[in-house]
Design a protein around this ligand. Structure first.
Ligand code: SF4
Ligand code: MG
Length: 316
């Protein structure tokens, strides 16, 4: 699953396209049925771009997206249509992602009609009521309007709409980031229950490592458009191999005061994706950088346990 995506950007007085933002570069991963893969990193690292590339909301510059053995990034719109329903997305802001002029029933019924899953209105109604129940909203919620619901309830509506398409993969792009802590936990639990029940694959894009530690199976860490580490959640959290992962994890508050951690404070901000540092993109902020890091890009090394890390200190 190689994905490469460049955004053309405009600079200069004449608004000519003079550069490329390297948003995502050779990103490669797979998500299995019934599995949650988290994509983590600071904002601007390219996490959302990966999600959108999979959805083909943007055209890919190069690279490929493979769903179930079928390459989908080069399909025509017509050939893509039946695949569209198999991948659904839930965005961060449930306030802007629901049409305020549609009743909840029609919001959830829309994908059922659009994907031709059912045409009989009575059956569609039944299906909507079933989906409302699945996301634990009252039966009569369908008759109401989005503005009558809280942020958490709206996110439940978004989940019901995503489920209505009967997808195999749901991309959750910061789907719980805007919610209050207690509501966040409820939505995460709901997603986990639905995943178990329906065998869904979840791509969980998030900068919130406390949530990620709670809910994912595997974690991919991104920095400036590259995956720098990919490992099982327990391995990654207990024994990070990449200096960037160590820094990210050291910033997560630890509930257990016995567990001593030293906070690693990274110098500076994430560099501009327009002009990424040479060699290892992380070398300008890495506390462990050595000379070679400035000039040579580290290889993605698969360690004996099967996890991946891209760092000169870990090359074997
Ligand atoms: Fe740090 Fe060098 Fe490893 Fe990059 S390759 S993470 S700069 S030690
Ligand atoms: Mg984002």
């Amino acid at each position: 699953r190689q994905i490469q995506k460049f955004f053309p950007i405009k600079t200069g007085l004449f608004s000519k396209v003079t550069g490329h933002v390297h948003a995502v570069d050779g990103v490669s991963f797979s998500v299995k049925k019934g599995e949650t893969l988290a994509l983590v990193g600071e904002s601007g690292c390219g996490k959302s771009t990966v999600g959108r590339s999979i959805l083909r909301l943007f055209e890919l510059t190069s690279g490929e997206v493979i769903l179930d053995g079928t390459r989908i990034d080069n399909l025509s719109a017509g050939a893509l249509r039946p695949l569209r329903k198999r991948i659904q997305v839930i965005f961060q802001d449930p306030f802007s992602s629901l049409n305020p002029r549609m009743r909840v029933h029609d919001i959830i019924a829309e994908p059922i009609r659009n994907f031709g899953l059912e045409s009989d209105e009575a059956k569609i109604k039944e299906r909507v009521v079933y989906l409302l129940d699945k996301v634990r909203l009252p039966k009569d919620a369908g008759e109401r309007w989005p503005h009558e619901f809280s942020g958490g309830q709206r996110q439940r509506i978004c989940i019901a709409r995503a489920l209505a398409a009967e997808p195999e993969l749901i991309i959750c792009d910061e789907a719980v980031s805007a919610l209050d802590v207690s509501v966040k936990a409820q939505i995460v639990n709901l997603l986990q229950d639905l995943q178990k029940e329906l065998g869904l694959a979840l791509l969980f894009i998030s900068h919130d490592l406390a949530i990620v530690e709670h809910m994912t199976h595997r974690v991919a860490v991104m920095y400036l458009g590259r995956i720098v580490e990919l490992a099982d959640r327990t391995e990654l959290f207990s024994d990070p191999k990449h200096p960037y992962t160590s820094a990210l994890l050291s910033a997560v508050p630890v509930p257990d005061p016995e567990k001593k951690t030293t906070r690693i404070v990274l110098q500076g901000d994430v560099p501009s994706p327009v002009k990424r540092p040479s060699g290892c993109h992380f070398h300008t902020r890495c506390p462990e950088a050595i000379d070679i890091c400035k000039t040579k890009e580290p290889k993605q090394t698969i360690l004996p346990s099967g996890r991946m890390v891209a760092c000169h200190l870990r090359e074997v």
